[in-house]
Design a protein around this ligand. Structure first.
Ligand code: ADP
Length: 684
């Protein structure tokens, strides 16, 4: 027997392992089984090149729990190690600058393990003592037992092990005895080892017999050594991909499409990605992509490894070229990872393009489920935008789909305004904006349906990309101003007449709401009153609502425009009514206002440009007095108009109809509207 000291530059490597690798204790099993797989694969390689000439025999890796003895054993039939090799590979842990490194990666278990070939030593996170019993494949090699209790001191001695291979025996420590539970080991095996390339046995198959689960005595293999992504796409059918998806994500809705990645230059990458159906934010499940390194599970949080929008996809990526055992920030700046990431983006775009080209019908059918993903990609990834431009679709309110190019051709002639800007009209809610949509259609315009969650962002980014194109929601202005053409009519009412009519409508508006009353000369067939909300204002408010911190626009009141169509006969009726009923009163008031106004004007003129001290007090008082008089007379005038508007059922009715067209008439106001409507319907 021989004893010795494990050669590490940091004396107390074990306490460090125990302490700093704390958060990720369970990975020890992955490390040990990976070693067993590597040893087995090495042997297979030796056999294939003719260096190893004996029978390979059964190569399964066996995992056993012995609760009584308190051990967990991993056995393989791989290359094994000679005493010499143990000395080299296990005892001399080659550290350079270990302390510095440990200090840097204290919190990142994966950063230490692997990077310094510490895989095997991770077993000390959960064990009081670890034994290696191993018998090398090499001719004349003797079996040896290595044992170490977590101090740098180890023991090595000859032992009995007839067969070639290695047993790693962990004497599980008290505070880790969960790793003696079968279900725990099962869980870890299915997480980390599910697709390893060498069969792994844990326990025996169970069977249902006479209503009871009984052991069959047959070894239970827990992994699929030949997972789908390692196979040739040509040998696989659609059904195979679906089955694999169901195995990976039980209970999930079927995916829309899949992509089989298979690259070997300039880097190695295989995998299968699935497009899930995503209808709303709630459906979004990130972290569904599993990352493997030569079939060893590494992680399912792939942010930073693939572009953000691709994390919406599901599936598996396997690459030996991704440096998996380093920190995330390192990963994100790694040039290999960047290349891989842009390659995946390209593949995804190519696949979508292919489906679009080969089966547009199918693509359109799936568009609604794909849209969120594609728009997300187009907004967030320039390269993806450039590719997706060719297959991304715009859908109009009638459910027709167009590519960007097709749509431009469709609307170019009719929807270009007098400044040569192409205006894309859209609705965000087909039902609520129905009357505006109809109005636009009656002009021969096409209306897009932009009702997706990302559409406000998407619209912004499209406006940045499409040349001389602007988006306008159908209710953001009256139809003649949505797309301003040369033939727009000017309003014929004088400024004073407009002020009067404004007061009348304000009299009938709900006092708490913010409406700016304006006038347009629309067609006689257009609605008499239309409510609009400026595109700019609404977008600012929408954006503010989406941002977590309150800002200027978010705190602005919800202001809208009440546009009165002065060409409409019913509006003319209101003007006539005002003239008939109020003329005398208003004329009388105007007569009293006139001289006072003249006086105010004169006084103001006389005092203009002078400092307060230069003006005699008496003149200053006179101006103040005259202004007060003028204000009160004008207020009286406005009140008369407002009172008229308030009592004139037709005014209220027209406003309510406009509110109703916006789905904004509710509660008591709605009840009153119904009642008033009944009163207004005259039966001959
Ligand atoms: P790594 O696997 O990253 O090289 P480890 O500490 O896990 O680091 O293992 C160190 C070395 O010990 C391995 O490279 C291998 O040569 C040897 N080794 C570990 N486990 C086994 C095994 N089960 N069979 C044969 N050799 C092994």
């Amino acid at each position: 027997m021989q004893t010795g000291k494990i050669a590490v530059t940091t004396e107390n490597i074990f306490p460090i392992i125990k302490k700093f690798l704390y958060s990720d204790h369970e990975i020890f099993l992955r490390e040990l089984i990976s070693n067993a797989v590597d040893a087995t694969l090495k042997l297979k390689t030796l056999a294939s090149v003719g260096d190893f000439k004996e029978e390979l025999g059964d190569l399964t890796i066996k995992v056993k729990v012995d609760k009584k003895a308190g051990t967990l054993t991993i056995s393989d039939s791989g290359v094994g190690m000679t005493a010499d090799e143990i000395e080299r590979y296990i005892n001399q842990i080659a550290f350079s600058g270990a302390e510095e490194f440990l200090a840097k990666y204290k919190t990142q278990a994966n950063g230490i393990i692997g990077h310094f070939g510490l895989g095997f030593y991770s077993s000390f996170m959960v064990s009081d003592r670890v034994e290696i019993v191993t018998h090398s494949w090499q001719e004349g090699a003797k079996a040896v037992r290595w044992s170490c209790d977590g101090t740098p001191e180890y023991k090595i001695e000859d032992t009995e092990r007839e067969a070639r291979g290695t047993d790693i025996i962990l004497h599980i420590s008290d505070d880790s005895n969960e790793f003696l539970e079968e279900h725990k080991i099962e869980e870890l095996l299915s997480k980390y080892c599910r697709f390893l390339p060498i069969p792994i046995v844990f326990g025996t198959e169970k069977e249902w017999k006479d209503g009871k689960e009984v052991e069959t005595g047959k070894d239970r293999i827990i992994n699929d050594t030949n997972p789908l992504w390692t196979r040739k796409p040509n040998d696989l059918k659609e059904e195979d991909y679906l089955k694999f998806y169901r195995d990976l994500y039980p209970g999930q809705e079927e995916p829309l499409f899949n992509i089989h990645l298979n690259v070997d230059f300039p880097f190695n990458l295989t995998g299968i990605l699935y497009f899930p159906r995503i209808k709303t934010n709630f459906d979004i499940q990130k972290n569904k992509i599993q990352l493997y390194c030569n079939q060893v599970y590494v992680t399912d949080s792939v942010e930073g490894i693939v572009p953000e929008f691709l994390t919406l996809l599901h599936g598996v990526i396997d690459s030996p070229d991704i440096p998996l055992n380093v920190s995330r920030s390192y990963l994100q700046s790694d040039s290999n990872v960047k290349k891989i990431s842009s390659h995946i983006t390209k593949k995804v775009a190519d696949r979508l393009q292919e489906i679009f080209k080969n089966d547009r019908d199918q693509f359109e059918k799936k568009w609604d489920d794909l849209k969120l993903f594609i728009t997300y990609g187009m907004i967030s990834d320039e390269k993806f935008y450039e590719r997706a431009e060719k297959f991304a679709l715009l859908k109009n309110v009638d459910g027709k789909y167009f590519t960007f190019e097709e749509y431009q051709t469709l609307v170019k002639d009719n929807q270009t305004d007098k400044n040569k800007t192409l205006v894309y009209l859209y609705a965000s809610d087909k039902e609520a904006q129905h009357s505006y949509i109809e109005e636009a259609k009656s002009k021969g315009y096409d209306v897009l349906l932009m009702d997706g969650q990302l559409d406000p962002h998407f619209i912004n980014s499209l406006e940045g990309k499409l040349k001389e194109t602007r988006f306008a929601r159908v209710d953001s202005d009256v139809i003649d101003k949505l797309i301003v053409k040369d033939d727009r009519k000017e309003v014929t009412l004088s400024v004073e007449e407009q002020a009067d009519l404004r007061a009348i409508f304000e009299g009938a508006l709900p006092p708490a709401d913010h409406y700016w009353v304006s006038f347009e000369e629309l067609s006689e067939n257009a609605n008499p009153v239309v409510i609009t909300q400026s595109e700019f204002m609404r977008r600012m408010k929408d954006m503010a609502a989406m941002s977590p911190t309150s800002n200027f626009y978010g705190s602005m009141p919800d202001s809208r425009n009440l546009v009165v169509n002065v060409s409409h006969p019913l509006v003319k009726t209101i003007i006539d009514g005002k003239n008939k009923e109020l003329s005398n009163k208003l004329n009388e008031l105007d007569e009293s206002i006139k001289p006072i106004k003249t006086r105010v004007d004169e006084l103001e003129k006389a005092q203009k440009g002078k400092e307060d001290e230069e003006i005699p007090q008496i003149d200053r008082d006179a101006l103040a007095e005259a202004e007060k008089q003028l204000d009160s007379l004008e207020e009286e005038r406005t009140l008369i108009l407002k009172g008229f508007g308030k009592d004139f059922k037709l005014v209220k009715q027209l406003i309510d109809l406009a509110l109703l067209a916006n789905n904004m008439l509710k509660g008591e106001d709605l009840s009153r509207f119904v009642k008033r409507s009944l009163e207004l319907i005259k039966v001959d």
